[in-house]
Design a protein around this ligand. Structure first.
Ligand code: NAD
Ligand code: ZN
Length: 370
């Protein structure tokens, strides 16, 4: 069986990402081997994921000596990634583990919503308790479970309340993707295409040469290889700019500026990955209009997005355009009306572009809304 191990080297906060297929039964043993000695576990999941995998997780933890395994469910959708659910998770931890001397290991079993909300709860409960990520979506495996950004949405702004807090370990069993909706698998490929487009020409070529279809078919060898490459690319960025202070981490936001605006404004009719695919289309057209990249990039990227079955535009309600612009203007990266876009300059390369003319931004947004 193909397995991979990627180390996120952040000095005293370093941690491994263990990638394999059908490995969940070995979770507890892996945690112990990697020095996680807690007696109890607080598992945050949602009803859909929990129904499939909680029993296996609990059994594996108990087999490795965890005495108490408490389950806490949050809603299964992005709308549930909110302040109220975050406080409920904190209340659940306090209720189950009121004693400061018995801190549990927080286990985040789910996609990006569980990982972001649960990671935030673990980051602030008792000023931070250890947590591990068990990503169960392709998107969480290649992106959200790695890097330590944890958050909830608040006041209509995505991820506005959050923290930086690194997991102790990421345990990625890609076998769980077999129960994931095909739409969610396609969504995950948006982030994979993003890595190739702005971080790695070789990954992009590999996707073009058929790895994309093998990922969509959940072929274990290709999946492990591609997920490991994406985790390595993300780890490289996070190692250089853990706290997102140097602008290096911005690369991960290719397609996300317009994408996030669309994701929120479309009232969750789009998945995160679908919104990001559309955001990459808009950002690429912007880069072409600004003369930063040629039409060949556009052709190759759009062709991969199409092959992944991802959307390139969205037909919404009449007020959608204004809502997207408003949502973008509340972006954390924008200051004093100056915007900041991550734009491609070649396959596998990018540059930041500040203060793009709002007229051009508007054209690019209009171009993906029908
Ligand atoms: N922290 C970061 O760095 C980062 C990076 C990228 C995205 N994100 C966040 O991630 C979130 C999106 O995450 P997501 O795409 O994983 O969506 P998600 O967590 O909403 O999961 C998608 C759906 O799939 C279901 N599901 C999950 N795993 C399953 C499985 N194995 N089998 C059956 N059903 C399963 C879930 O119940 C849910 O309904 C967004 O909130 C986004 O902001 C965070
Ligand atoms: Zn994303």
């Amino acid at each position: 069986m193909t397995t991979a191990r990627v180390l996120v080297d952040l000095g005293s906060r370093k941690y491994p990402i263990l990638i394999g297929s059908d490995t969940m039964g070995g979770l507890g043993a892996s945690l112990r081997e990697n020095g996680l000695t807690q007696r109890d576990a607080f598992v945050i999941t949602n009803p859909a994921v929990g129904a499939h995998y909680f029993d296996t997780v609990r059994q594996s933890l108990e087999d490795s000596g965890f005495r108490r395994v408490v389950r806490h469910d949050i809603p299964a959708t992005e709308q549930g990634k909110n302040w109220e659910e975050f406080t409920k998770a904190c209340a659940g931890m306090l209720e189950s583990f009121p004693d400061a001397g018995a801190i549990p290991l927080v286990v985040l079993l789910g996609g990006g919503v569980v990982g972001d909300l649960g990671g935030f709860a673990a980051a602030v409960f008792r000023r931070g308790v250890p947590f591990v990520q068990i990503p169960t979506t392709l998107l969480a495996a290649v992106d959200s479970s790695v890097g330590g950004k944890v958050a909830v949405n608040f006041g209509g702004v995505k991820n506005i309340m959050g923290a930086f807090s690194q997991p102790r370990l990421v345990f990625c069993d890609l076998g769980v993707l077999r129960t994931l909706d095909a739409r969610e698998v396609r969504s995950g490929t948006a982030e994979i295409i993003k890595y190739g487009a702005v971080c790695s020409e070789s990954l992009f070529r590999q996707l073009e040469d058929g790895a994309l279809e093998r990922v969509l078919a959940l072929e274990p060898g290709t999946l492990t290889d591609v997920v490991a490459q994406c985790c390595r690319l993300k780890a490289d960025v996070v190692e250089k700019d853990e706290l997102d202070k140097l602008g290096i981490r911005n690369v991960l936001n290719f397609g996300h500026t317009i994408g996030h605006g669309l994701e929120l404004s479309a009232e969750y009719a789009l998945t995160h990955g679908e919104a990001i695919a559309i955001g990459m289309v808009a950002a690429t057209r912007m880069a072409v209009k600004l003369g930063m990249v040629g039409p060949e990039f556009e052709n190759r990227l759009f062709s991969l997005i199409r092959r992944a079955g991802l959307p390139m535009s969205f037909s919404g309600t009449p007020g959608l355009y204004d809502a997207v612009i408003r949502a973008m203007q509340s972006d954390k990266k924008f200051r004093d009306g100056r915007n900041l876009f991550v734009l491609p300059t070649a396959i596998g390369a990018w540059a930041p572009r500040e203060n793009v003319d709002w007229g051009l931004v508007g054209d690019c947004v209009r171009g993906v809304i029908s």
